[in-house]
Design a protein around this ligand. Structure first.
Ligand SMILES: [Fe+2]
Ligand SMILES: [Fe+2]
Length: 188
């Protein structure tokens, strides 16, 4: 869904992203905007969802030294550092919305106590239509999200967990805690 110009805080001027990354971020923003409109969210919340989308990969293509500067001494691959670094950079610019910052900070690994904006970003990052794998299944999940955000979030988390396990990668602590919180909430 096309985003009206008045709703666009857009990609921050300090972002370091190549053109393919900018196109990905725009698709994530358009998907989240479409969901927010379909869900009839208040304008302020729609704007928060867009802000999270525009910010989330702002430093994804930054040089290692720039990432290290903003990642507060964290070590690890770019895939894990760019969320925390973008959140810190946005804070340094005076941005103080904790829910949006946490959405950005943890978008690669997940968080057990996210606001809806964090859950929506986590889902949109995987479900945006530009990714090549599982296109039909992901499109179906994207279409369902506005009606069943909790169920789709759970499905997206389980897909990403399975992918990590099958790839033989270590499970980040935050990812395990997010999954355990979901299991606990659904068994109550
Ligand atoms: Fe990312
Ligand atoms: Fe992304």
């Amino acid at each position: 869904m096309t985003i009206p110009a008045e709703l666009e805080p857009s990609i921050p001027p300090w972002a370091t992203m190549g053109e393919p990354r900018r196109a990905h971020v725009r698709r994530v923003a358009e998907l989240m905007h479409g969901w927010a409109v379909t869900m009839d969210l208040p304008a302020a919340e729609r704007s928060r969802w867009l802000r999270a989308a525009w910010l989330h990969d702002a430093l994804r293509d930054a040089e290692p030294t720039e990432l290290a500067t903003w990642a507060d001494g964290m070590q690890g691959p770019v895939a894990l550092l760019h969320g925390p670094a973008a959140a810190r950079r946005a804070e340094a610019e005076g941005f103080a919305d904790r829910g949006v910052l946490d959405a950005v900070r943890y978008h690669s690994v997940g968080a057990p106590d996210w606001e809806p904006v964090g859950r929506a970003l986590y889902c949109a990052d995987l479900l945006e239509p530009g990714r090549r794998f599982d296109q039909a299944a992901r499109a179906e999940l994207a279409e369902r999200f506005p009606r069943e955000p909790e169920q789709v979030f759970r499905e997206v988390v389980s897909r990403r967990l399975l992918h990590l396990v099958r790839s033989g990668w270590p499970l980040p602590d935050a990812t395990a805690r997010m999954w355990n919180a979901l299991v606990a909430s659904s068994s109550r």
